[in-house]
Design a protein around this ligand. Structure first.
Ligand SMILES: [Zn+2]
Length: 120
């Protein structure tokens, strides 16, 4: 079963580590260590480490990539929205100064969101 990512994280990543399994007679006790993959991420500032089985690795990495990509997109969209709100504010100000009363129609982003941001 795929190990679950319980928290969406800001800075999660999958890393390869060399480890000893602890068995006395294992080759890793004296020689070459085992390779194991871990998912490192922070929860409330604390670094957490989660073991990932090799069989789950590809799927897990895919999920981490998906979450990271998703976060980047949200950040990007938020920036676009904030920029648009700035433009709208500037347009509003310019119209007011020019004595024009009508509202712009080209919102291009959810109206409720803009109104919320405009209040700040
Ligand atoms: Zn070992």
């Amino acid at each position: 079963m795929l190990p679950k990512i319980f928290m969406p994280t800001n800075n999660g990543g999958v890393y390869l580590q060399k480890v000893r399994c602890g068995k006395k007679n294992c080759r890793c006790a004296t020689g070459e260590k085992h390779e194991a993959y871990y998912y490192f991420h922070r929860v409330d500032g604390k670094l957490k480490k989660q073991y990932i089985r090799k069989a789950d690795l590809n799927e897990f990495v895919g999920e981490v990539d998906f979450i990271t990509e998703f976060r980047h997109r949200i950040r990007y969209k938020t920036k676009l929205m904030k920029d648009r709100v700035k433009e709208i504010k500037a347009e509003k100000k310019a119209r007011k100064e020019a004595g024009i009363k009508e509202e712009p129609i080209d919102w291009n982003i959810p109206r409720g969101m803009i109104e919320k941001l405009m209040k700040k």
